[in-house]
Each structure stands twice: as structure tokens, then as C-alpha cells.
Design a protein around this ligand. Structure first.
Ligand SMILES: C[S@@+](CC[C@H](N)C(=O)[O-])C[C@H]1O[C@@H](n2cnc3c(N)ncnc32)[C@H](O)[C@@H]1O
Length: 454
């Protein structure tokens, strides 16, 4: 990477300030929304993450040595990695979604960027937008051929500016600047598109919102770059307190298939939040980013990632032969069979498809525990934030089931901390559950499952 360590004077001043993100002591509310206000975390919103202060609190609570090695196998946009670095710990992340992995890498490497180079990029971008010569030249960039959307993703006026932005970044030769620009663009691109998150990606028209006919694309991207530049300085100030400078490695790969890249018995602490049993489709929801940033070329590229994703997706497993449950948990097997028997008339869209999905999910929980066990230092801490779920009216206490699977694989259960008493349901689940003859509301909650490695 063409990155250089910065000696920016503002970074030196920042290093004397207290860390503006206080750790919440112990295991507290995990909501990601707090991240929208905090330096670095605010770069890219991501669904179902946890907050930086949650991670900071866990690191303080479980710390057994001065400098630790912290792993997040489902790193998303890097909340765990950033908080570990701020505390001076070395850190490793795996993330299968190429857009999230890019954001995670760009953030985790921010301690090494030369801010003067970034200032020059922003100035060049501003001048390029203002000169408007791009208006009179045919763009070299084009709408990605493999990207299909129900209605035009951008209006013609917006798309013309988008292609000019992509031409601008295509001419950039410094890798980290190019990556950072892509993350800036990716984080704002839906805001000037005809799509919206509700929380899944859909058309604005479908959500009752007017289309975006025109927008100041250059201004929006430039302001994002400026915000990122200010955060880089702040982050470098925090890192300057630690000698040696902590290191981060981000693998844009499936943890389940590539955990062997981590030295055995080397991880002190693992903090993560895997995909939940709610079938939230991270890949479909980031299709615009993946295609427009050149991270995917064809739908087949996405299929490969889908098949390697933790828990798979209902769309991937619903039609195949019955998926056998691997963990030896008779009460879970019974629940899955109950689910399988629902709505046989709907074929894979009924209980059998959802039972396949649930079995594949818990099989991956077992796989996760098995591969993790060998990477953990004896006595190391594992903290997994996970919620309960409702499939076709049947509640799965995913947190408790996960803990039981982990115990069978050799982990010791330390505690199940209820970190959120209530969370909003997902559109595909039915939050009323049949209990006997009556229908009851079931509370969706989130738990930090705390385990210890043997
Ligand atoms: C709940 S999110 C994690 C969010 C993260 N805590 C944050 O703050 O950004 C779960 C992540 O797991 C990723 N993922 C799914 N399967 C994976 C796999 N096999 N290996 C690595 N990452 C995976 C998804 O792409 C998603 O970003």
C-alpha cells in the first residue's frame, strides 16, 4: 500500500485530548446508531452492528494483558478493529462482503495515511467538479453492465455526475486514496439515488418518497471526504499514544473457510456480531455499492459470496433436500421439525424452506465454534452479540442455543448478558408467536454471549 505515516500537527494536538468515546462499563446496550456521531465509525452505516463504546467496554472488562490480539471474524465495517486499535491492541478482521471489507480496511489503515496527500486529493476533486469540463466530455466510465435494478438507480442528471466522479477516481494512482474515495462515494451514493433503506434496499417510490431528479453529487462526496479527513487526524492523534503502533489485518474472506490464516492459540479476545437468524441479506442490500464500485461484475460473483456466508440465506437453501441439523441438541431438532411441518402446501415457501434455513444456520454456529476454539489462547474471551428470532411464528432463542452449541464444542459459558431488551423486528419475521391456542407478542432482545476458551 502506498501509505505513509503522517506527522500532521493537528494529530499531535489530538493525542493530548481525552478519548471522546468513553467505554460503557461492562456489557451494555449494543446499538450501532451511536456510531453515526463518532469519528471513523460514522464513515459507513451498517446494519446490525454494535456501538464503539460497547466494544471499548468489553475490552476493558476482559483485558488480561497490556497489549492483546483482538479478532472480529464478522467484522462488518470494522467497529471492533477500530476500538481495539484505539486501545493499542493488534487486531484481525474477516469480512466476506467486499464493500464492507473495503470500508473496514480503509478505516483500520487510517493511522498510516498522509493527510497532506488527502488534502491535495480533496482540492483536486473540488477543482475538477467546479471546472465542469467533465460536462463537455464523454465519460470514460459507464453504468455497470451486470447491475440490474427495477427502476433506474440514478436519474440521468445525477448519473452524469456519478460517471464524472468515477472518471476522477479512475485516474488516481495511489491505492489508499483510491480506496478511501471509493468508501466516501459508497457511503453517500444511495442518498442521491432513487433507492432507500427501509431497512432493506427498495425504490423510493415503493417507500412513498419522491425520486431524486437532481443532486449536488460533487458537493455531497466532497463533504464526506472532508469529514473523513478530519477523522483521520483525530484517529492518528489517538494512535500516537501507543508505542509500538498497533497493527490491523483485514481479510476480505470467509472466516469459516480461512480461519487457518490466524496462528493457532493466538487470540486473546474475540468480539463479534454474526448475521442473525433473520435472513437480512447483506449482499443484496449492497448490490449498488458492489457493482458501481467495481467490486462485482456479474450476479454470479454475488452467488459465490452468498454460498460462503455464515448461516447461508433462505433463498439459497429453501428448495434443496432437507438440511440435517448437525449439533446434538434434541430440543432444537424438535423445533426445526415443528417448523418443517408448517404450511406444506406452500412447498419451499412454507415450513420446509425455513427449516432448511434454520438448520443451515445452526450448523454454521457449530462450525464457527469448532474453528474458533483452535485459534483462541487458553483462557481467552469470546463475546458474541446475537438476538432471538421468530421464524413463521416459532421463537428461536438463538443466544441460548448458540451458547449450548459452544459449550458442546469445548467453551465454558461465562455469562449471557442481556444488552438490549427490545429491538425492532425484521419485515420477514412475524413477531407474534403461537403459544398453545393463543397468539402472544414475543419480545425481540439481544444478548452478549460471553465464553471462555479452555
Ligand atoms: C452483524 S454484521 C457485523 C457488523 C459489525 N459488528 C460492525 O460493527 O460493522 C455481520 C457481518 O458478517 C459478514 N459475514 C457473513 N458471513 C461471513 C463469513 N463467512 N465470513 C466473514 N464475514 C461474514 C456479513 O457480511 C456482515 O457484514
Amino acid at each position: 500500500m502506498n501509505a505513509m505515516r503522517s506527522s500532521h500537527p493537528e494529530a499531535a494536538a489530538e493525542s493530548n485530548l481525552p478519548n471522546p468515546l468513553p467505554s460503557s462499563p461492562g456489557f451494555r446496550d449494543t446499538t450501532f446508531t451511536e456510531n453515526h456521531e463518532v469519528a471513523l465509525h460514522r464513515w459507513v452505516p451498517w446494519i446490525a452492528g454494535f456501538s464503539g463504546s460497547f466494544v471499548a467496554g468489553v475490552l476493558d472488562t476482559v483485558r488480561q494483558r497490556g497489549k492483546m490480539r483482538v479478532l472480529d471474524p464478522f467484522a462488518g465495517v470494522g467497529t471492533t478493529l477500530i476500538e481495539a486499535l484505539k486501545k493499542g491492541d493488534d487486531t484481525i478482521g474477516f469480512e466476506i462482503n467486499p464493500y464492507a471489507a473495503l470500508a473496514c480496511k480503509v478505516k483500520a489503515n487510517a493511522g498510516h495515511y498522509d493527510v497532506a496527500d488527502l488534502d491535495r486529493l480533496i482540492a483536486r476533486f473540488e477543482a475538477y467538479g467546479a471546472a465542469a469540463s467533465w460536462l463537455h466530455t464523454r465519460p470514460a466510465s459507464a453504468r455497470p453492465a451486470g447491475f440490474r435494478s427495477r427502476s433506474p438507480f440514478f436519474s440521468d442528471t445525477v448519473e452524469r455526475q456519478v460517471l464524472a466522479c468515477l472518471d476522477f477516481v479512475a485516474a488516481e494512482t495511489t491505492d489508499w486514496l483510491k480506496d478511501l474515495f471509493h468508501v466516501a462515494f459508497g457511503s453517500v451514493m444511495v442518498s442521491f439515488s432513487n433507492y432507500t433503506y427501509e431497512p432493506s434496499l427498495g425504490t423510493r417510490a415503493g417507500a412513498g418518497k419522491p425520486d431524486i431528479e437532481d443532486a449536488d453529487v460533487f458537493g455531497i462526496v466532497r463533504r464526506k471526504l472532508q469529514e473523513m479527513r478530519d477523522d483521520v487526524i483525530r484517529f492518528q492523534g489517538w494512535l500516537a499514544r501507543h508505542k509500538p503502533v498497533p497493527r490491523a489485518t483485514v481479510h476480505p474472506l470467509s472466516y469459516l473457510d480461512h480461519a487457518h490464516r490466524i496462528e493457532p492459540r493466538s487470540i486473546d479476545v474475540l468480539i463479534t456480531s454474526p448475521p442473525y437468524l433473520n435472513n437480512y441479506h447483506y449482499i443484496r442490500n449492497t448490490r449498488p455499492h458492489l457493482f458501481w464500485l467495481g467490486l462485482a461484475q456479474t450476479p454470479a460473483d454475488l452467488k459465490i459470496i452468498e454460498r460462503q456466508s455464515f448461516g447461508l440465506f433462505w433463498q439459497t437453501v429453501r428448495s434443496g433436500p432437507p438440511v440435517a441439523l448437525q449439533p446434538d441438541l434434541p430440543h432444537l431438532a424438535e423445533q426445526i421439525e415443528q417448523l418443517r411441518a408448517l404450511h406444506p402446501e406452500k412447498a419451499p415457501y412454507g415450513g420446509s424452506g425455513w427449516a432448511n434455513y434454520a438448520a443451515a444456520y445452526f450448523n454454521d454456529c457449530q462450525r464457527f465454534c469448532a474453528v474458533t476454539l483452535s485459534r483462541m489462547r487458553p483462557g481467552g474471551s469470546v463475546v458474541v452479540v446475537i438476538g432471538n428470532n421468530i421464524l413463521q411464528g416459532i421463537e428461536f432463542q438463538t443466544d441460548r442455543l448458540f451458547a449450548e452449541i459452544a459449550e458442546r464444542e469445548g467453551f465454558k459459558i461465562v455469562d449471557l448478558h442481556e444488552v438490549r431488551k427490545r429491538r425492532t423486528g425484521n419485515s420477514i419475521v412475524n413477531s407474534s408467536v403461537r403459544i398453545g391456542a393463543a397468539r402472544q407478542r414475543v419480545r425481540l432482545y439481544e444478548t452478549a454471549v460471553e465464553l471462555r476458551a479452555p
